[in-house]
Design a protein around this ligand. Structure first.
Ligand SMILES: C[S@@+](CC[C@H](N)C(=O)[O-])C[C@H]1O[C@@H](n2cnc3c(N)ncnc32)[C@H](O)[C@@H]1O
Length: 439
């Protein structure tokens, strides 16, 4: 059972919440917390696993529900494992065995789609393994308050310093160690900094983007001198203070036998194996229509667009970030792909004036999902297939409800474990226009 706040009826309650309470956990929430009940009220317990008897210290109290952290496990689940980095807020599922994480992902997705879009749980497949459990991230964004570097603690701006992140590709940990050493020589009043790092899995080097006030070229130069795997640093300071890059500003990566040229701040999937898994699921969802005229909305740097172009008559990619479109166009050119066209703009604005028709559409929106204008324009254009790649089950369920009401049926939904040790759920949903024969 997964529980959302929408489940919680407002009840009139006499008793107040204690500081700590003991309860049995029997569900999982979309955000990854385990769920139990105390005096008919719902408790979201971070650090718990369904089936466990635990003690929870509450940190947020409402009339009908509370949130807290497991501080003692009285009866442990067989799925409980020792966390590698106790307390690290960027991997809240590290206490759950890898296989059990996959079962929970499927359960959360199936529950959300059934509850909010009326999708039959039987069409939700087992989670597809996409990333290895550790060292899978090819990019990261860190925060630095001048000298200390790490991730923000959840829901705060306070930095949890980090020596080594077990989720990062080893090259990124090497770059992080060198940056920490370079930062030690900064002045005490050095301004804060946001650091984006991206590794080329194919070639074993990385590039970085530094965003923050002031001229950080001397920091970047010290960092590069101490870090042989760092090929370049770009400075993402807004004009007129724009600075030229130090070294390379573009990373070369390989995916699906194609070469991709990526700047550090362009969106790209969390690793190449994950991108390939998503691509396989997209191809399966497109069926025979993969050979027709395709539209790829929210296409980023073309990670799906360019491989799909191989079999398509033609494909149009739409993306609102001009930098990603520039990367996609450069990648199309180096791979000699000419049946692709990229359009810079928001999907909702571009769709209104786009020539068609399209046999199938791929959607990969950010967490907030699709603008209603996008969904209604698609329903009107009526492509035979739609493949929806989602990073947020709740907005996916909301959008599927609209598409189903507009004449589409969900053929298959597959959760994908892009981000092990976290409750993040990526999924690929194949839809077909009702009345179309299934291929
Ligand atoms: C989840 S990423 C997917 C990128 C790409 N499909 C890939 O796999 O690399 C979502 C992309 O949508 C873009 N985006 C966000 N809002 C948009 C909008 N309203 N219209 C078009 N693109 C948008 C973001 O810049 C980002 O590149």
């Amino acid at each position: 059972m997964s529980v959302t706040l929408a489940d919680l009826s407002e009840q009139t309650l006499s008793s107040t919440w204690p500081d700590t309470l003991e309860l049995t956990l029997d569900g999982i929430a979309q955000g990854g917390e385990a769920v139990g009940r105390w005096q008919n009220r719902v408790v979201f317990a971070a650090g718990g696993i369904p089936g466990e008897r635990v003690v929870v210290r509450l940190r947020e109290r409402h009339e009908s529900y509370a949130r807290g952290d497991v501080i003692d496990v009285l009866l442990a689940s067989p799925d409980r494992v020792a966390p590698r980095l106790p307390g690290a807020s960027h991997m809240p599922w590290q206490h759950i065995a890898f296989d059990a994480q996959q079962r929970l992902r499927r359960q959360i997705l199936a529950d959300q789609l059934a509850k909010f879009a009326g999708v039959d749980p039987a069409v939700v497949e087992a989670t597809a393994f996409a990333s290895k459990p550790w060292e899978y991230r090819n990019n990261t964004r860190l925060h630095c308050d001048g000298r200390r570097i790490g991730y923000y603690e959840s829901n705060t701006r306070s930095i949890a310093e980090l020596d080594h992140d077990p989720l990062l590709h080893p090259v990124l940990n090497e770059a992080l160690a060198a940056l920490r050493s370079a930062l030690a020589d900064e002045l005490d009043d050095a301004p804060p900094l946001e650091v984006t790092l991206r590794v080329s899995e194919a070639y074993g080097y990385c590039i970085a983007a530094l965003r923050g006030r002031g001229d950080r070229r001397s920091l970047a130069a010290r960092w590069r001198a101490r870090c042989p795997v760092l090929a370049g640093v770009v400075f993402t300071v807004p004009p007129p203070h724009m600075l030229p890059p130090l070294g390379a500003d573009t990373l070369v990566e390989e995916l699906a036998d194609l070469t991709f040229l990526l700047r550090p701040t362009t969106f790209f999937q969390v690793n190449v194996a994950a991108a390939a898994t998503l691509l396989n699921l997209i191809r399966a969802g497109l069926g025979d229509e993969a050979r027709g005229r395709l539209l790829d909305l929210y296409c980023g740097a073309g990670a799906f667009t360019l491989p799909l172009a191989r079999n398509a008559i033609e494909i149009v990619g739409v993306e609102e970030y001009a930098g990603a479109v520039a990367d996609a166009e450069r990648s199309a050119a180096v791979n000699h792909i000419s049946n692709v066209r990229f359009i810079t703009g928001s999907a909702e604005a571009v769709l209104a004036n786009l020539d068609g028709p399209f046999d199938a559409v791929v959607l990969d929106p950010p967490r907030r999902g699709c603008h209603p204008r996008v969904l209604h324009a698609l329903i009107e254009r009526a492509p035979r297939r739609i493949v929806y790649v989602s990073c947020h089950p709740a907005t996916l369920a909301r959008d599927l409800k609209t598409l189903i009401a507009g004449g589409y049926a969900v053929v298959r939904a597959t959760p994908v474990d892009l981000f092990p040790q976290t409750p993040h759920i990526e999924s690929v949903v194949a839809l077909m226009r009702a009345g179309s024969a299934q291929v």
